[in-house]
Design a protein around this ligand. Structure first.
Ligand code: ASP
Length: 323
């Protein structure tokens, strides 16, 4: 029997709905821990609950804590795979953080639920079960961190939460899932690209994320400059363009060598230096903005946070964001 590390971290998957008020919140013991016995038939489980947080409470520090627990068990417990249960709101950020930082070939599966444990049609136990089935499957090895919900397997790099309440919320725009889960089997139909690992020992930087809009000017960039940030991700318009009135504020950050990564607020496609007008991608690239290779804003922020621990060199950082 394979040995699987289970890390419960909180989220709707471990919450209850109050039958009178309808409020969904954590109450007492995580309901998944009771149910673990049913899943024990599939694998030899090591179960830990390092914290029990709604995922809007999770920060990169908790993500780092998970990385350390996984590294510890890989070294000391000869585990064959990992399953993490997590709130869905920031699940994609934790999954991508682990994808970039845990250097292993064993499957790491992150899952959650859109309905709490006592709601009609709850998806938590089912997603947990299918995640364990995925983690023990031989074909799940060496595929980076996987996100499993609603009978689909997604690559951490591409998956995003697309719907506020639907159980099929996790999608990989432009790429699709890399595998599906049937009643009897786990079938991978695409190979993900494996992320270059960023071996960080600490997390000491502050990176902010900001979204561009019609009529945006420099004021938010001046405010960010005063806040003493270490890096910035901008969700730019379309192909990778910004309103011209943002340029002086962006230049003020660049003058202090603050790395600025550009992604698009479009959820499909990749930013490129195509447009030559004031504020267009060509000018932004020439001014020193780093163009990201298709990541969404929240994931580019995680990557920049990690990159800053490794290099401040513009060329190296550009290379990391191009891979
Ligand atoms: N707000 C919840 C959380 O992220 C949603 C969920 O778990 O699905 O913790």
């Amino acid at each position: 029997m394979k040995k699987i590390l289970v890390l419960h971290t909180g989220g709707t998957i471990s919450m209850y709905e109050d039958e009178e008020t309808g409020a969904v919140k954590p109450v007492g013991e995580n309901p998944l821990i009771n149910k673990t016995k049913e899943i024990n038939k599939l694998a030899d489980l090591i179960v830990e609950a390092p914290f029990n947080l709604p995922s809007p409470h999770i920060t990169p520090n908790e993500m780092f804590q998970l990385k350390r627990r996984i590294d510890y068990h890989i070294k000391n417990s000869q585990i064959d795979g990992v399953v993490i249960t997590h709130g869905t709101d920031t699940l994609e950020e934790t999954a991508y953080f682990l994808d970039l930082t845990v250097d292993t070939q064993i499957p790491i599966v992150v899952t959650g639920a859109m309905r709490s444990s006592n709601e009609i049609g709850t998806d938590g136990l089912y997603n947990f079960l299918t995640s364990v089935r995925t983690a023990i499957h031989n074909d799940a090895k060496n595929k980076g961190v996987l996100v499993v919900l609603n009978d689909e397997i997604h690559a951490a790099k591409n998956v995003t939460k697309t719907h506020t309440s639907n159980v099929s919320t996790f999608q990989s725009p432009q790429y699709g899932p890399i595998g599906i889960i049937t009643k009897k089997d786990i079938l991978f139909h695409h190979l993900p690209t494996i992320e270059r690992k960023l071996p960080v020992q600490s997390l000491c930087h502050r990176v902010e994320l900001i979204k561009a809009y019609a009529g945006m000017d420099s004021s938010l960039f001046y405010a960010l400059n005063n806040m003493g940030i270490d890096g910035l991700v901008i969700e730019a318009l379309g192909q990778g363009n910004l309103p011209p009135a943002t340029i002086p504020g962006i230049q003020a950050l660049l003058n202090r060598n603050i790395p600025i990564v550009l992604v698009s607020r479009c959820f499909n496609g990749i930013v490129e230096d195509i447009y030559g007008y004031e504020g267009g991608g060509a000018q932004l690239k020439q001014n020193g903005l780093i163009f990201s290779n298709g990541l969404n804003g929240q994931k580019a922020r995680i990557k920049l946070l990690l990159c800053l621990e490794i290099t401040k060199n513009q060329y190296e950082m550009e290379k990391l964001f191009h891979d």
